[in-house]
Design a protein. Structure first.
Length: 269
């Protein structure tokens, strides 16, 4: 699935760049309308699975309390949740603010298409590589974390496009691989009844972290330059490397502390 999604994103990036070069950015924007309409119609034809409805339904409050109870009771789960959140923050920083480096270095417009295609390809490439990388071994995890930090340093020191793009590509690739690893750890550490709730909590945490980080990044890039703002990426990479090494031993699954519920269905009252 990661490879299919990455292939679609790469194709869209290349085609979008070509269309923008041959026509205009406005035409490229409106060319996405038929694709969005087709996706909406296709989604409308999908049928929701009904197997989960055979289980007991619970209120959102009970589900949330059970999720918080699991996070509070299992100390080994907290680093995994934090690693998941930080990985999402780092990936979002690269995708949201990475083009600012190209703007500051006066990159030609024709470069943005291949650049974006390289970034979005990291999802599929990371999914293929992570299955062949033993991140559960402490030595491998430590070495991989060191490479992540070095890659994050490149955009802060480099003043040429190849170095900056290579650094961003490697950071996005490493974040994709670590994100899959963290997702697997989260899957193994939480029972099926609360897995969706804990995963949603990690996603919420990533948004809460990204908001102040993005504001600080914008202030630093405006006042000191994008290279200085890139130090935030280095600090986050250091935290990710430490958490990756800490979680290199796969935790044992925990017993659910909450009600026996079907996780896809919540009856909010």
């Amino acid at each position: 699935m990661h490879i299919v999604e990455a292939a679609a994103l790469v194709a869209s990036a290349v085609l979008g760049g070509l269309l923008a070069a041959l026509a205009s950015a406005r035409i490229t924007y409106f060319a996405t309308v038929p694709l969005i309409a087709a996706a909406t119609l296709t989604f409308g034809r999908c049928r929701e699975p009904r197997l989960h409805r055979r289980a007991e339904r619970v209120t959102f409050r009970r589900q949330a309390l059970a999720t918080v109870r699991v996070l509070a009771a299992d100390r080994a789960l907290r680093p995994v949740v934090l690693l998941t959140a930080l990985t999402a923050v780092v990936a979002q920083l690269v995708f949201e603010f990475g083009p600012l480096w190209l703007v500051s270095l006066h990159a030609p417009a024709a470069l943005y298409g291949p650049y974006w295609a390289a970034l979005v390809s990291t999802g599929g490439l990371g999914g293929w590589l992570v299955s062949r990388t033993r991140l559960d071994r402490p030595a491998v995890a430590i070495g991989f974390g060191a490479l992540l930090v070095l890659a994050a340093i490149l955009p802060t020191l480099g003043h040429t496009l190849p170095i900056v793009i290579a650094g961003q590509f490697l950071v996005a690739l490493a974040a994709g691989m670590i994100g899959i690893r963290a997702g697997r750890l989260l899957h193994d550490a939480v029972g099926p009844q609360l897995r969706a709730g804990v995963t949603s909590g990690a996603g919420t945490l990533s948004s809460l972290i990204f908001l102040p980080v993005s504001v600080l990044f914008g202030q630093l890039s405006r006042g000191q330059g994008v290279q200085t703002a890139g130090l935030l990426l280095v600090l986050l990479a250091l935290a990710m490397a430490a958490l990756l090494a800490h979680t290199s031993r796969r935790p044992q699954p925990v017993t659910d502390a909450g009600p026996r519920v079907a996780e896809p269905t919540l009856n909010v009252t």
